[in-house]
Ligand binder design. Structure first.
Ligand SMILES: NC(=O)C1=CN([C@@H]2O[C@H](COP(=O)(O)OP(=O)(O)OC[C@H]3O[C@@H](n4cnc5c(N)ncnc54)[C@H](O)[C@@H]3O)[C@@H](O)[C@H]2O)C=CC1
Ligand SMILES: O=C(O)[C@@H]1CCC=N1
Length: 260
């Protein structure tokens, strides 16, 4: 099995980096394509095949991943279309906000469309800790295993109707930035409270891991919060101060804001 990643930017690069940490592909069976050679160098150094020619990348792969900006997708499809073999190749599109119907219209050839799967990961994919949303077209849904195997090896995966893909993008693709901003804000609070910046970051990181492990065991967030809030104690004062400053409202509006 061979895979091509077209676009070695933040997402394509993180995806290729994650792939190299799995045993799904030999490094030389991963082809990374980008017009700028500088983007390819780190991958070439790790033994992957690299090229500045998208057609070369597309021709050799069983799975062709489009990891370019949305406005570039049509141009890349026009460029590689002649090289594709719809009887055996699957196209994975990572560009947000392009619909399957649109991809099929761009890719249709002699009345035939390829297996296409929308995939929205997040940058945790570089560490095999992505939350990835997948929406296959009918042809890809008929044999989903190859794509599922890849993204399951790179974190957690949820297959959703395409209608939910935008919401998934907001929750995890964008959500990782919101979580990181929370960590940064909490670290800044820690510095004001007297810790060095690195210590403050590590304290909040370990605190998040603890919260995550409680929830992973099936605990409910509010039940755990009730255990922490000593009557008349420090935690309830902090929680009420957060809410007086609009914390829950700001979080909800922030996630919804990605889709506006
Ligand atoms: N960054 C993220 O966290 C996420 C990004 N995405 C999607 O991934 C796609 C890429 O986003 P980023 O990696 O953030 O953008 P980016 O700008 O970092 O990367 C795009 C890459 O494509 C390359 N490129 C430009 N024209 C090209 C062409 N004709 N052929 C091949 N490569 C070309 C650029 O040189 C660049 O390396 C976007 O469509 C975005 O919606 C999806 C989920 C999360
Ligand atoms: O900000 C964006 O549009 C992309 C999609 C999810 C993360 N980055």
């Amino acid at each position: 099995m061979k895979i091509a990643v077209i676009g070695a930017g933040e997402m394509g690069g993180a995806f290729a980096t994650g792939l190299l940490k799995t045993d799904l592909f030999k490094p030389e069976d991963i082809t990374v394509a980008n017009p700028h050679e500088g983007k390819l160098k780190p991958f070439a150094e790790q033994g992957t095949s690299v090229t500045t020619d998208n057609k070369v990348a597309a021709a050799v792969a069983d799975i062709v991943v489009l990891a370019v900006k949305p406005k570039v997708v049509k141009g890349v499809i026009d460029e590689i279309k002649e090289e594709l073999d719809y009887s055996k190749q699957t196209i994975v599109n990572m560009a947000a906000s392009i619909k399957l119907d649109q991809l099929e219209a761009w890719l249709i050839s002699g009345g035939d469309v390829p297996a296409i799967c929308q995939a929205i990961p997040n940058i945790g994919i570089a560490h095999r800790q992505s939350m990835t949303f997948l929406s296959p077209n009918d042809k890809a849904a008929a044999s989903p295993k190859p794509v599922l195997d890849i993204f399951n090896a790179l974190g957690k995966t949820m297959v959703v109707d395409e209608d939910l893909l935008g919401a998934g993008t907001a929750m995890a693709g964008c959500g990782i930035a919101y979580v990181l901003r929370f960590i940064r804000a909490a670290s800044e609070a820690g510095v004001e409270l007297g810790f060095k910046a690195d210590d403050a970051k590590n304290i909040i990181l370990q605190t998040i891991k603890g919260a995550g492990s409680l929830l992973a065991e099936g605990c409910h967030p509010e039940a755990e919060i009730d255990k922490v809030t000593t009557p008349g104690g420090m935690t309830i004062k902090g929680l009420n101060t957060l809410e007086a400053n609009g914390f829950t409202h700001a979080v909800i509006e922030g996630f919804k804001g990605s889709l506006k």
